[in-house]
Design a protein around this ligand. Sequence first.
Ligand code: FES
Ligand code: FES
Length: 373
Amino acid sequence: MKPLSLTVNGKTVTASVEPRLNLADFLRDHQLLTGTHIGCEHGVCGACTLIVNGEPARSCIALAVACDGAEVRTIEDLDEDPVAIRLRAAFTAEHGLQCGYCTPGILVTARDIVLRLPDADADRIRLELSGNLCRCTGYAGIVRAIERVLRERPVVDAPKKVPIAERKIAAPAPPATAAAPVRAAAPVSASPDSTLRQTITIALPPDRIWAAVKDPTLVASCVPGVTLAPSSSAENLAGEMAVAFGPLRARFAGTATVRYDDAAQSGTIRGEGRDSATGTRLRTDAEFRVSEHARGSKIDLTAAYALQGPLAQFSRGALVQALAGELCREVARNLEARLTGGAAAPPQPAKFSAGAFLLGVIWRRLKALFGAG
Ligand code: FES
Ligand code: FES
C-alpha cells in the first residue's frame, strides 16, 4: 500500500492505496464520487475525463499514486461552475445528450474548449472532442451546444494554468527547437497492445544499409512528413512529423536519442513528441537490427509506444500496426530508391497521410477477401 494525499473538489484527501489503483476507481470506490464514469478503461472513450491541476485528464489511465499532491476536480465540483452551468443549459436546449453516460466527460472537455479556445468553430470543436466518444448521438447537438456557449461570450472563468514544473503528473514535452537540448525521454513500458514489430527488406547489402541507418538526414528524407532540425546529430535527433488523418491534422515536435552498436549492427531509439494543437503526446522506445536477408538486407524494428491525449483514440493496436506496416514499407521503398537512385529519387510529401495509407490497407484486404486480381 502507498500513502496518498491530494485535493479532491477543494478538500484534502489522504488515503493508503494499492499502487495499481487508478484515479477513476479511487474516486468512485473510495470517495463515492460516481459522477466520473468508466467506459473502456483504456484511455480511449473519454468517459472518465476529469480535471487534474486545471487540465482535462483521463482518470482510468492515471494511477492514483501518480496524482499525489495534485488538485483534482470531478463533475460533482462543477455544479456551481459558471461555464458548466451555461454548458448544461446549452446541452438541454440543443439536445446534446441522450443516455448521459458520456456526458460528464464531454462536459469537462467542453468546458476546457470554451475556456481555452474562445474562437473555436465547429471543425475545431469536433477535433477537440475527438477523444470523447458518445454512443448515442451524432455529436451534432453536442457541437451546437458548445458553439452556443462560445457565441454567448464573454467567458468569465479563465483556466488556472499550473506551471509545468509544478505539475505532479507527467507533463508534455516542450516543442523541439533548433537550440533545444536533447534530453532522454522516460522509458515506455511495453505491452502487447502497444508494441510494434516490423521487418522491412531492402535489395542492398547489410553494410550499405547500416551506414545509411546512421545517417539521420538520409533516413528522415525517406519518411513522409518528417523534417529534421539542423541541430540534429546521428545520436541526438530533433524535428517534426506532420500527420494528416482525413480532416485531422497533427504536427508532432520532439526529440530522440539514438544509440548504435556497430558490431551487432543494431541500436536503440528513445524519443518523445507532442502535437501542440491537440496536446497529444507520443513516446516511444525502439530497438532495430540490420541483418542479411535473401533479398539483401532486412531491418527488424520493435517499438513500444504510448500515446496520450485527444488523438490517443487512434492508438488501437490493429490500426497502428496497419499504419506502421504501410509506413515502414514506404520508408523501405524510399530508402532503396535513395541508395540506388541518389538525387533522382522523388522528394517526400510534406505530411504523412495516414488516412490515405489506411484506405490502401482496406482496399488490399477487400481485394484479398473477394479474390480480385
Ligand atoms: Fe477512461 Fe474510457 S474509461 S477513457
Ligand atoms: Fe449516451 Fe453519449 S449520451 S453515450
